[in-house]
Design a protein around this ligand. Structure first.
Ligand SMILES: Nc1ccn([C@@H]2O[C@H](COP(=O)(O)OP(=O)(O)OP(=O)(O)O)[C@@H](O)[C@H]2O)c(=O)n1
Ligand SMILES: C/C(=C\CO)CCC[C@H](C)CCC[C@H](C)CCCC(C)C
Length: 297
């Protein structure tokens, strides 16, 4: 039984797709442009046709529980890496990058536990929103959380929370609300920001002796790692959502486009713009714009 929205990329729409359910979704989510409609068609299971009070209340309970679970996971993840850093099991920079990689990808992977209601994406966005508030409170030193500061900042300064980490959670909120499970754009953008950009730092610091000609601060090893890992995580996430029945992919059509998005995002990340534009803005923005161009939505 299809769980959540089914997006057919290239394949024929499943028989369950009906004009009334498609009309319903069109009133709730943007639909792909006519050019791409032969590749992307969004449909929805029966629950939406006549939402009853029971379906509604069950969905709210499910979404509230899922939100509580994922919020707890976020706190646990930061605490685990704070503990590993305090005990000098891993150094602070590696800890920060692992939190960068795991937070967003685990958040993206948690979306299927939310209900199929139209409000589910807003419940899910509460998770990064709560963390956004946490970052602002501690970034302004209105309260202190040494563990948070140590595990997500470069130099251990609270005000650093108001830069990269804050942009990061704002991107998570945006992707959850705007793209959600209905579009590959959000999945690919988060895979590139979390997986691709995160691994670039880890691999670049270790193996980055050969620098990029136009940016001596970054290396070919870092960029190549970003391209490959970002591509693989993007395809992995799309496959994950395929297995769960949210999307049906024309894989050759899709893989070509994911590779192109990964290339563009990697090129943007390699540019000498770190001082002016944070990677947590430029990488997801480049990924989203390119993915919208090639996927149509
Ligand atoms: N394509 C890349 C990206 C990063 N790096 C290495 O990783 C370090 C940090 O990369 P950067 O993207 O600048 O990370 P920060 O912005 O410092 O960290 P954050 O994204 O968490 O703010 C760089 O100095 C470089 O040594 C690299 O070699 N090649
Ligand atoms: C170090 C980071 C960015 C700098 O490049 C990442 C900051 C992460 C936030 C402090 C916490 C974000 C938590 C996620 C919204 C939810 C994760 C849930 C999952 C189940 C662990």
């Amino acid at each position: 039984m299809a769980y959540g929205a089914i997006i057919s990329l290239g394949a024929q729409p499943p028989a369950a797709v009906t004009s009334s359910s498609t009309k319903f979704l069109r009133s709730h989510v943007a639909t792909p442009s006519p050019t791409f409609r032969k590749h992307i068609l969004i449909s929805t299971p029966r629950e939406f046709r006549r939402p009853s009070a029971t379906v509604f209340s069950d969905a709210v309970v499910q979404d509230a529980g899922a939100t509580a679970l994922v919020v707890s996971g976020a706190y646990a993840l930061v605490s685990i890496f704070d503990n590993l850093t305090r005990r000098s099991i891993i150094e602070q920079n590696l800890s920060r990058k692992l939190v960068h990689i795991l937070s967003g990808l685990l958040f993206l992977a948690s979306w299927p536990i939310f209900s199929t209601s139209t409000g589910a994406r807003y419940f899910a966005s509460l998770v990064p929103s709560i963390n956004c508030l946490r970052l602002v409170i501690h970034g302004l030193s209105l309260a202190s959380d040494e563990g948070l500061v140590k595990s997500v900042t470069r130099e251990g300064k609270p005000e650093e929370l108001l830069k990269g980490p804050l942009y990061y959670v704002l991107v998570l909120i945006f992707c959850a609300i705007v793209f959600w499970r209905e579009s590959p754009v959000g999945m690919i953008s988060l895979a590139m920001m979390c997986g691709g950009d995160g691994i670039a730092d880890i691999m670049g610091r270790r193996f980055g002796s050969l620098k990029i000609p136009y940016n001596q601060q970054k290396s070919l090893a870092g960029s190549l790692s970003m391209f490959l890992f970002g591509f693989l995580v993007s395809v992995g996430m799309l496959y994950y959502y395929t297995v769960l029945g949210f999307i049906q992919l024309d894989w050759m059509w899709t893989i070509e486009r994911v590779a192109f998005v990964s290339f563009v995002a990697t090129f943007v990340e390699s540019l000498p713009t770190t001082g002016s534009v944070d990677d947590n803005i430029s990488v997801p923005l480049a990924s989203m714009l390119t993915a919208i161009l090639v996927f149509g939505y």
